[in-house]
Write a protein that binds this ligand. Structure first.
Ligand code: ADP
Length: 537
């Protein structure tokens, strides 16, 4: 059998087994109405599986939900209804996170945490409503039991997504904060021992404790979980929450701990509400810590790159000028060809320097949101032709051919100076990464929007980097081969978004790149102020 289908089969089987096992475990926990468990890890496993492995894993979820519900005695029609609800819940969750929220699995940005929390509670409504309605239609629950069953189902599913999905997602994504190995292992060990001990003290009866004297002992968990989140970011937070949650559920089920009540489903509801608050707090903390670490790292890298990048053209320019001066002083009648080549080279270095300084100036004005758009009527076709002509003047003889085609007269209401920066940035990238092959620029669109495409046949960009390169300081090439700040596309995107437009890239590694800018022609009534708060990174 070929590798692909076999791998797919193993993934399906693994997911099915994990789903059925954890679902059986969940249903043991005094499920309300026999089916609505307050502890429901499968919802988290399903969501994480689709986010990591893709939608094509859905059959395992549907089959798992059907098998497990039929196994515990649901009529086949009801089990089918529940399976549809659970599968839809996971697919909708994955869709909302990936397509709407542009979610990144590492949970190391605050926006990802908020997106996961919202999605978990929203999609659990779908699973709970379809599941409990199926139970009602199959006469498994009465109308009077509908509300309490729905609530338990909803809480169980949402928490499964929050606690289990977040753990799986953070551990199956790249670890962004490298730390020293042995220290990490030691500190993780100490943390885990302390966390397990404290959770056992609170939720297991390992030390005799007068619960009445310590009514809020569950808050003892906070300092240790905060430690985990602060030191290890999202991974520390999700592992800590998961460990605490498993022990707390087990202890409460056995009748121990501050949330134990005579009826288990009641105890679990109080416990899960508490765990929900703990989980959201720790996930937010973990993501904020990660964001801060990334910002500091980006600043340090930026300073290092900036000084390196600026020094190179300044050094080359000075050398060129000094050589020319020496030549003029030494020779009575200087050789004009020698002087011209020297000046051309100095001009190139000067242009490079000017571009870097422009990037820095744009960066600071865009990120401090000082700049306002100065809107006037602009002919995009003419603007592009001027930019290309200027580029060709400066690139001199070795520049590749740049063809410009204007399919649709390009008039619109835009900020001329800012648009020049967008065109310049796209053109200079096409030249820099274009391997000297011809470049084509097309202005088109229709009566309401203008389209500008810049295509090259150069090194191309791997698919996984397509969205990343539009963020600040993000680059998909090594600094050794290609100089640059990783700011040009970010600046271009800021400007385009400020005009109410969009920018995208189509490319494959080694196959060249096509950047397309779409701009509404009308005076941008819906334009956003030029600032960076609507962008990731
Ligand atoms: P810089 O060019 O200074 O690195 P940009 O923000 O302009 O910064 O580009 C970000 C990254 O996107 C580049 O480092 C490069 O990896 C990639 N990139 C941009 N344009 C192209 C292109 N035309 N072809 C291939 N890669 C590109």
């Amino acid at each position: 059998m070929p590798r692909g289908p076999l791998k797919y089969f193993f993934r399906l089987t693994g997911l099915l087994a994990a789903y059925v096992l954890t679902a059986r475990l969940g249903l043991l926990m005094d499920a309300v109405g026999g089916f609505a468990s307050l502890v429901w890890p499968p919802s988290g496993i399903a969501l994480a599986a689709l986010l990591i492995g893709g939608y094509r894993l859905w059959p395992a979820i549907a089959l798992g939900a059907f098998v497990v519900n039929a196994w515990v005695g649901a009529p086949l029609g009801v089990a089918l209804g529940i399976a549809v609800g659970n599968t839809l819940e996971a697919c909708l969750g994955a869709y909302l996170l990936q397509r709407v929220a542009h979610f990144e699995n590492g949970l190391d940005r605050l926006r990802d945490v908020f997106a996961l929390v919202l999605t978990a509670f929203l999609t659990a409504v779908v699973g709970a409503t379809i599941g409990v309605t199926s139970l009602r239609l199959g006469q498994v629950v009465s109308w009077s039991g509908y509300g309490s069953t729905w609530k338990a189902w909803w809480v169980g599913d949402a928490l499964g997504e929050l606690i289990v999905a977040s753990l799986l997602l953070t551990y199956f994504s790249r670890f962004s904060v490298p730390l020293k190995r042995t220290r990490v292992l030691m500190e993780t060990g100490v943390l885990l021992v302390l966390l397990v001990f404290l959770t056992l003290v609170i939720f297991g009866k390992i030390v005799p404790m007068d619960w009445q004297a310590l009514p809020h002992q569950s808050y003892l968990l906070f300092p240790v979980l905060i430690w985990a989140a602060v030191r290890f970011g999202p991974r520390g937070a999700t592992l800590g929450i998961f460990v605490a949650s498993v022990i707390a559920v087990a202890g409460t089920t056995l009748g121990f701990g501050p949330f134990a009540r005579p009826v288990l489903s009641e105890s679990l509801l109080i416990l899960q509400t508490f765990m929900c608050i703990v989980a959201i707090t720790m996930l937010i903390l973990g993501a904020s810590i990660s964001e801060r670490k990334r910002a500091v790292k980006a600043r340090d890298e930026f300073l290092a790159i900036a000084s390196h990048e600026l020094r190179t053209p300044v050094g080359a320019l000075l050398l060129q000028v000094q050589a020319l001066l020496r030549h003029i002083k030494k020779e009575g009648a200087p050789n004009l060809t020698r002087v011209r080549t020297g000046l051309e080279s100095a001009d190139r270095q000067g242009q490079r320097l000017a571009r870097l300084v422009n990037d820095l100036l744009d960066f600071s004005s865009v990120s401090t949101s000082q700049a306002k758009l100065e809107i006037s009527e602009v002919d995009l076709g003419a603007l592009v032709r001027e930019s290309v002509a200027q580029f060709q003047d400066h690139q001199l003889t070795e520049s590749p051919g740049v063809t410009v085609r204007v399919d649709q007269p390009g008039n619109g209401f835009w900020d001329r100076h800012r648009l020049e920066r967008v065109v310049d940035n796209l053109l200079s990238n096409a030249l820099k990464y274009g391997r000297g092959k011809p470049i084509s620029v097309v202005v088109g669109g229709d009566s309401t929007r203008a389209l500008l495409t810049v295509s090259d046949r150069g090194i191309g960009i791997a698919e996984e980097n397509h969205s990343r390169i539009f963020s600040r300081f993000e680059r998909a090439v090594s600094g050794r081969n290609y100089g640059g700040f990783g700011l040009g596309l970010w600046i271009a995107r800021e400007i385009v978004i400020a005009h109410g437009g969009s920018i995208r890239v189509e490319s494959q590694l080694g196959q060249g790149a096509i950047f397309t800018v779409e701009l509404p022609r009308a005076r941008a009534g819906n334009a956003h102020p030029l600032e960076n708060n609507q962008l990731p990174g």
